[in-house]
Design a protein around this ligand. Sequence first.
Ligand SMILES: [Zn+2]
Length: 331
Amino acid sequence: MDLSDLKLRLHRFRNRKLATILTYHSVVDLPLPFGMWNHLPLGQFADQMALLAQEAQVISLQEMARGIAAGTLPQYAVAVTFDDGFRNNFTRAYPVLQKYRIPATIFLSTGYIDGTELFWPERLAYQLMRTPRQSLPTSLFGHLELQTAAERRAAFGTIRTALKTLHPRELQKNIADLEECLGVERREEDPLVQEWLPLTWQDVRAMEADGLVSFGGHTVSHAILSHLGEAEALQEISGCRTALDHHLGHRTTCWAHPNGTRQDFGRGHLEMLAAHTFTTVLTAEPGYVSCRSDLAMLPRMGVHNRMDSRGLMRVLAKPTRPDSGTGECPR
Ligand SMILES: [Zn+2]
């Protein structure tokens, strides 16, 4: 498919009045020892924002939510979102957003903000990228070879997929055990660590100041809600609400579920969110948005590290029907 075909399909998309919410996570400005789907190279991200500025009508998530509620969604609308709260959203992505005046919403796992703890997949990746070990015998995952970058990447995928199913307590214990086994002492000055640290509240306020970037909730600890008991889930939602109210100084109504597939939250969680005035709720279920979309269950299209500008255009140009489509793996 050449570029003119893609533009033709994009034109059809424009006429169908379907909007797209894109999900990003992290934008990095260093080569990683092995690729990770949620860490986009800066150049790739900049190319994508240039494309959006040229081809799409990028609006804020809040404007999109108002459009859905009012039945007046602009044609060819795109909203940009980031999950988790990596500091590189400020140091790497924000200058690009400013350059093209592209609004974005960042969903924060508030327990990490202002801290020095990395999200668990990055803790695991750091070990696997830096360990001198050539193999890892484990009872849970079998014997994992670590001789090449490809083997390390495969080991990361195997372990991450298995750990994601665990209750956060078990998950953290397993990560700590793996860190001990792989034996890499974290060095603060390591560029990998610097690139993967979370945002600070000062960064958050700096981005809010010019009105281009807004924020929403993504739990306190990035726990998958369906893995938790009712009281734990309530604490994740209410704790996140309290932190956001305190540090933002105004009330955001936006929320994105960690992991975000239909299995990762239930009806009870949606009721808890509504009770905490999180009324624009995003999933990671792939799909497109129309005026008939449910504001409490908005689908998104994930952007991954192997998606170039042409791939992004394909995402924008290929709606099947509202709230459905093909997307990429959530965390
Ligand atoms: Zn997340």
